[in-house]
Design a binder for this molecule. Structure first.
Ligand code: IDP
Ligand code: MG
Length: 137
């Protein structure tokens, strides 16, 4: 089995979309092996989004991601589960994400795009170790 890391972002929790989002992953055949509602702080987000810390949008991203609790999850599935999740999420900008994807169906805002999913097996391992160290392999 293979695992990846998912966040239902604060907008998803605020709008009441967590159930619908997780339902899509479960319907696809992925299993929730950890889930916790947690308010994220700046230091943790800087680790998680290390590749984006210098980007112009980073201050807005951190303000958004720390404004209210997010639902953090570890999902388990077949080989490259991260790719299954990324396909269900849709492209980063909800405006470009096709209908049928989470971002395509539920969002219109680039920053507030409902969901995070690791972008590789290496990212999944790194992110799981940040948020669920007890599950790190
Ligand atoms: P991803 O979430 O699809 O992997 P990344 O490029 O890793 O996309 O960006 C991380 C998050 O930062 C995005 O999900 C989105 O919330 C936000 N973001 C990315 N690019 C921009 C931008 O150009 N303006 C504002 N927010 C952005
Ligand atoms: Mg990313």
């Amino acid at each position: 089995m293979n695992r990846t890391f998912v966040i239902c972002k604060p907008d998803a929790v605020e709008r009441g979309y967590v159930g619908r989002i997780l339902d899509r992953f479960e319907q696809k055949g992925l299993k929730i092996v950890a889930a916790e509602l947690r308010l994220l702080d700046e230091a943790t987000l800087a680790k998680h989004y290390a590749e984006h810390v210098e980007k112009p949008f980073y201050p807005d991203l951190v303000a958004f991601m720390s404004r209210s609790p997010a639902m953090l999850c570890v999902l388990e599935g077949p080989e490259d589960t991260y790719a299954v999740v990324r396909t269900l999420m849709g492209s980063t900008n909800p405006v470009d994400a096709p209908p049928g994807t989470i971002r395509g169906d539920y969002g219109t805002i680039l920053t507030e795009n409902l969901v995070h999913g690791s972008d590789s097996n290496e990212s999944a391992a790194r992110e799981i170790s940040i948020f669920f160290p007890e599950l790190a392999s």
